[in-house]
Design a protein around this ligand. Structure first.
Ligand SMILES: NC(=O)c1ccc[n+]([C@@H]2O[C@H](COP(=O)([O-])OP(=O)(O)OC[C@H]3O[C@@H](n4cnc5c(N)ncnc54)[C@H](OP(=O)(O)O)[C@@H]3O)[C@@H](O)[C@H]2O)c1
Length: 344
């Protein structure tokens, strides 16, 4: 790509099942020129998140799908290259929704200033941004942890799960993670301070989880569904809470038959144990609390109370394979694509 071209990743076709590289297409176009009231943003880093699998599909959802041929959606940290907008100055870093491309035009809507002294701009896409906010609100508002309770979280080393577990520790809970593989589980305990972490690929998952939760489960932060949920279900305590954040195990397979229909059995357990389950879509439900979250999380983070791990992929052209890997648990930490370098 030359300096005058914009590299973009567009949706080439809708996946059936797991996405493949053929569902994406790399394109170049001339760098667009901003009109009056617009600015040109250059992408520094791009967040890759599980919700993007939903946008690749045209099944009804809470947000419209990406049209075939359009640039894939995504949050970015971008630098203002040219500004014809009175609120934004050339050189500043912003949080925007530029998508999977090197450059984007913007009229400033949905674009947020980032602090000039931000040491790690990509953290605005993770622990200090949407995933951290999701963990914070889901756990504290829906889970409502009380010291001494047992909290279980799936995808425990991921962008959301790792923050959920660490906040639960700060609240004095017994925290058990569930993650894919021994390396991730070791990191949850040794680096992030979880009390235990169980590998969901271990055939003894149910027994191991029961041993790690001798007093049952008071809060299950649901990121995954599938076999993980099956293992959690018998251990739920009376008046337990389930912040229903995501169900990544079925994103590639929404229509797959799950065997015998166990809905009424599951509902029966919820009824008898007075389980409170609440789904949420972070910005739709809690948007006005973002400032409170940023203040509290920045304090915890600066004080070293929250640890954070990123999985950085170099180059926009590698975004499709990295995203496909995210849906199979190949990322270890918040998945971010380094697209460019900020001029500071
Ligand atoms: N409700 C909301 O507003 C909201 C906002 C943000 C995120 N979310 C949801 O939160 C969840 C976590 O998102 P994230 O951004 O933090 O992603 P992440 O945990 O950083 O990455 C996804 C992880 O999911 C796990 N996974 C993938 N396929 C799996 C499968 N078939 N079975 C079990 N685990 C699987 C993998 O971890 P392991 O290798 O450890 O299994 C993978 O690393 C997702 O379900 C996402 O959709 C919801």
């Amino acid at each position: 790509m030359s300096n005058s071209e914009n590299l973009r990743v567009v949706l080439a076709s809708r996946p059936s099942g797991a996405p493949t590289p053929n569902n994406f297409r790399l394109e170049t176009e001339p760098i667009p020129v901003p009109a009056q009231g617009q600015m040109l943003l250059r992408t520094i880093c791009l967040s890759l998140d599980p919700y993007m699998r939903g946008r690749m599909s045209d099944a009804p959802s809470y947000a419209p799908p990406v049209a075939v041929g359009d640039v894939m959606v995504g949050s970015t940290v971008s630098q203002v290259e040219i500004s014809h907008h009175s609120d934004f100055t050339v050189g500043e870093l912003v949080l925007s929704q530029s998508g999977w491309q090197g450059y984007a035009l913007s009229d400033g809507k949905g674009v947020f200033h980032l602090p000039a002294d931000l040491k790690h701009p990509s953290y605005a896409l993770g622990v200090l941004g949407m995933p951290g906010f999701t963990a914070f609100m889901g756990l504290l508002e829906i889970g409502r942890p009380v010291a001494g309770e047992t909290v279980v979280v799936a995808a425990a080393t991921g962008a959301v799960g790792s923050v959920v577990g660490q906040i639960a520790k700060l609240k004095g809970c017994h925290v058990v993670g569930i993650a894919g593989g021994e390396r991730k589980c070791r990191s949850a305990v040794e680096d992030m301070g979880f009390d235990a972490c169980i590998n969901h690929r271990d055939p003894a998952l149910k027994d191991l989880l029961a041993q790690a939760c001798p007093k049952g489960i008071d809060i299950y932060f649901e990121n995954v569904g599938g076999v993980v949920f099956e293992a959690v279900l018998p251990l739920l305590n009376t008046r337990s809470r389930i912040p229903l954040c995501g169900l990544i195990a079925q994103y590639n397979d929404p229509e797959a038959p799950q065997g015998r229909d166990r809905t009424s059995q599951v509902m029966g357990i919820f009824l008898k144990r007075r389980v409170r389950l609440q789904g949420f879509i972070i910005f739709d439900d809690y948007g006005p609390h973002f400032g409170d979250f940023q203040k509290q999380m920045s304090e915890w983070f600066t004080a070293g109370k929250i640890k954070y791990r990123e999985d950085i992929v170099e180059g926009l052209e590698h975004a499709p394979e990295a995203f496909i890997g995210l849906l199979q648990g190949e990322n270890f930490g918040k998945l971010v694509v380094q697209v460019g370098v900020a001029n500071r």
